[in-house]
Ligand binder design. Structure first.
Ligand code: UD1
Ligand code: UDP
Length: 384
């Protein structure tokens, strides 16, 4: 029997876990590949929620999270832990995802150990060093250490070609987040958070998810003021806000929004609850990356609380609009969409520029091809 290829999947935060879970499951189903999972634990509770939902038990858990952790601490603790892991097992390939500090540390640790590196969700760019911070540089630096780039879209591939990444290292796969949606969204879904099963049917649901580091401080305060006005000025809405566990997010959110009649502040939801709630929502307000990809495929308009996005596809298609963090713009855009049926209908198109739910399958096929050094190269995913 030929030896299986050991494929180590490294992740640490909620979004990486959601987007890597389909890959772990696909690797498990493959007879020539042996998946190993190493989590840094950059997130704890929010990571564990995802692991539990997908039934993934990590082989290694670095458990690095500290309250109020700095970027340096996350990087240093992850690097040290990964060095130990790579000295115990030497995988044939390491996969990292996206643009968190775990991503960059995982890429650097694989490089130091001279292990081939695959980057899932490669090639997203704003072209601005500090927007988003630190993600733009995390993904760029990771890209320069990568041997196999799995770009979710054709425009992400173009970004990498423009940085002189050799075309033979590049695959367009679609985004694994669409694979994840296939596991979670159901027409007859029953929420595990029981209060969500009895939401008032006459209210329009507004779903909020805000957390980004570059919005902390004054921008987040402005966003919260805007959200408070949206909730108080529109009597037929119910705003549901599962609040990220970062204390720097919780403090202003509680100060501006706790106790308001039409606002429900809750703990982070497991991803199946969150996706199914999103499907029932009228509008989504977010600065999250993943949510910007999920909502368009569910036909729910998104107001992005940032000035720039590395995900231009849904903006071009009209499902996502950038509103920045200024309270007035947020309130005006929401008011317009809540009153103007035509404007709303124009945005509420289910479009799927981000994938067809088969991204993990393509990543595994490309991995096989990479190791076989023969056979047919897997074809790029294309929207049409
Ligand atoms: C991180 C990523 C960001 C990603 C986001 C997804 C970096 C630098 N940032 O940002 O790219 O968009 O995750 O959510 O990699 N905390 C808990 N429990 C948890 C998770 C977080 O208590 O399960 C608290 C801790 O106090 C922690 C703080 O939140 O120190 C911040 O977490 P951290 O991972 O450093 O930053 P995020 O803003 O979550
Ligand atoms: N999400 C979740 N529970 C919540 C809020 C969000 O599972 O209460 C999911 C959401 O569906 C998306 C992911 O978390 O898949 C996005 O993660 P986050 O916003 O933390 O990070 P980003 O995508 O901005 O890096």
């Amino acid at each position: 029997m030929t030896k299986k290829i050991q494929a180590m999947v490294v992740f640490g935060t909620r979004p990486e876990a959601i987007k890597m879970a389909p890959l772990v499951l696909e690797l498990k189903a493959h007879h020539q590949l042996e998946p190993l999972v190493c989590v840094t634990g950059q997130h704890r509770e929010m990571l564990d929620q995802v692991l539990a939902l997908f039934g993934i038990v990590p082989d290694f858990d670095l458990n690095i999270m500290q309250s109020g952790q700095t970027l340096t601490e996350i990087t240093a603790r992850s690097l040290r832990g990964l060095e130990k892991v790579f000295s115990q097992v030497r995988p044939d390939i390491v996969y990292v995802h996206g643009d968190t500090t775990t991503t960059f540390a995982g890429a650097l640790a694989a490089f130091y150990a001279q292990i081939p590196l695959a980057h899932v969700e490669a090639g997203l760019r704003t072209g601005q060093k500090y927007a988003p911070y630190p993600e733009e540089l995390n993904r760029k630096l990771t890209g320069s250490l990568t041997d196999l780039h799995f770009a979710p879209t054709a425009s992400a591939k173009e970004n990498l070609l423009a940085e002189n990444v050799p075309a033979e290292q590049l695959f367009v796969t679609g985004n694994t987040v669409i694979d994840a949606l296939r596991y979670t969204v159901r027409p007859d879904y029953v929420f595990s958070r029981s209060e969500l099963n009895s939401l008032p049917s006459h209210k329009r649901l507004l779903l909020v998810e805000v957390h980004r580091r570059e919005n902390l401080g004054a921008p987040l305060e402005a966003i919260c003021r805007g959200l408070r006005r949206v909730a108080t000025e529109n009597p037929d809405v119910l705003m549901i806000f599962p609040v990220h566990r970062n204390p720097a997010v919780r403090e202003p959110v509680n100060r501006y929004l706790a106790g308001l009649e039409r606002v429900l502040l809750i703990e982070p939801l497991d991803v199946a609850d969150f996706h199914n709630l999103m499907q029932k929502s009228t509008l989504v307000f977010t600065d999250s990356g993943g949510v910007q990809e999920e909502a368009p495929s569910l036909g729910v308009p998104v107001l992005v609380l940032r000035d720039v996005t590395e995900r231009p596809e849904a903006v071009a298609a009209g499902t996502v609009t950038l509103v920045g963090s200024a309270a007035d713009r947020l309130v005006e855009t929401a008011a317009n969409l809540l009153t103007d049926k035509l404007a709303y209908a124009k945005m509420a198109n289910a479009i799927n520029p981000y994938g067809d739910g088969r991204a993990a399958e393509r990543i595994v096929a490309a991995t096989e091809w990479y190791f076989a050094k023969s056979g047919t190269r897997p074809e790029d995913y294309s929207v049409n």
